[in-house]
Write a protein that binds this ligand. Structure first.
Ligand code: SAM
Length: 359
């Protein structure tokens, strides 16, 4: 049982320290960086028009340098430091491996023994996770633990997934019989659909076997009967055309190159019934060179190289190419007040990309 991993005070204290540092970075350093940016703009006399111009303006600013350095190294500590997640759970790999190899009902998990991972996926240690989230049998578990502090201002990662599910269901209108969650990871974004809506048939699609195994375990623990986790690429799910009312993803698009993102929109269109809803939650910055500078810096520092090309993509054109007529690009409120002008702390630029297949 995964719950048998013994508590460890030193590990808990270390991870709490890293999280507190990240909160300090979020709530105190980011507003300070913005203040210094405005001061630099005032001194320069004209505002930068691009993130590259912001980078040039801020390159000798020691707060900006420390901000970036701190972000990179906090993430490194979180996963690979002395009591980092990957290092700590390595000691329990037998226990985790056994727990994940335990039988789950066949209906929950569909692995493909001949599956070949796309090259873009295997060539990066995404978000500084050693070996990525796919190459080690404990990677899904380590990732699940790490996700609890990805967005430090959120009390619980689960509240984000729940809010996203509410957005999708309320926008779908009409009866929803099937939902496909692309890039479902360890099933966090899939769970609100299958756990809260036993009448909906839910399918999670994912590349990573360790993530899929954990997703199926978690569903088995909840005795779910209405979900299936399937190993497939989001651009070629192998599911029937016109079989789904909602196709969704959460934080997947920024982890793939633009050619793949286009493939996802095409696959979303193919999977949807007429009138069905495509809704993808990801990170986009619009018309703010300072926020873009911070976001592009985050992409570099966190080993998330496709964040920048996603932000530069013509999302509307890619949807038209896929068959959709219209697209809405809408900010997503991940917690109450996160979109308020009074919100000065750093946050991810959460954005929903919403399209509907013509009825
Ligand atoms: C940041 S995680 C998000 C996981 C989950 N949706 C969540 O909200 O916790 C992105 C996931 O997308 C998966 N992924 C990346 N490229 C994919 C692809 N081409 N097809 C399916 N899944 C993919 C990764 O393995 C990873 O689990």
């Amino acid at each position: 049982m995964l719950e048998d991993i013994p508590p460890d005070r030193a590990f808990t204290a270390y991870q709490a320290f890293v999280l507190d540092c990240k909160l300090y970075w979020t709530r105190s350093m980011f507003p300070e960086l913005r203040k210094r940016y405005h001061a630099a703009v005032a001194a320069a006399g004209s505002p930068p028009r691009t993130s590259a111009e912001v980078a040039e303006l801020m390159k000798d600013d020691t707060t900006a340098q420390f901000f970036g350095w701190y972000e990179r190294h906090l993430q490194r500590m979180k996963y690979s430091g002395l009591r980092g997640l990957a290092v700590h759970y390595d000691q329990y790999r037998d226990l985790i491996g056994r727990a994940l190899a335990a039988e789950v009902p066949d209906r929950l998990l569909e692995l493909d023994p001949d599956f070949k991972q796309p090259e873009y996926y295997t060539s990066i240690d995404i978000h500084q996770h050693p070996g990525g989230v796919w190459s080690d049998e404990i990677a899904g578990y380590v990732y699940e633990r790490g996700a609890q502090s990805t967005a430090p201002m959120l009390d619980k990662a689960a509240s984000l997934w729940h809010r996203m599910k509410e957005q999708a269901l309320s926008r779908a209108g009409g009866e929803v019989k099937r939902v496909v969650d692309l890039g479902c990871g360890f099933g966090g974004s899939t769970q609100p659909y299958y756990a809260d809506h036993p009448d909906i048939d839910v399918i999670g699609i994912e590349l990573s076997e360790p993530c899929l195994r954990l997703a199926a375990q978690r569903a088995a623990e909840l005795q779910a009967r209405n979900v299936r986790f399937r190993q497939a690429d989001a651009i070629a799910t192998g599911l029937d055309e016109g079989s789904s009312d909602i196709v969704t993803s959460t934080m997947m698009l920024h982890e793939m190159p633009p050619s793949h993102v286009k493939g996802v929109f095409k696959e979303s269109y193919r999977l949807l019934k007429p009138g069905g809803l495509s809704i993808h939650l990801d990170f986009l910055v619009r018309d703010d060179p300072f926020k873009e500078y911070v976001h592009y810096g985050h992409s570099r520092r966190n080993n998330e190289p496709f964040m920048v090309p996603l932000n530069k993509m013509d999302i509307v054109a890619a949807h038209r190419e896929a068959g959709f007529d219209e697209v809405e690009i809408v900010p997503f409120e991940e917690f109450d007040g996160s979109l308020s002008p009074e919100m000065t702390a750093w946050r991810f630029p959460w954005t929903m990309i919403i399209a509907r297949k013509a009825a």
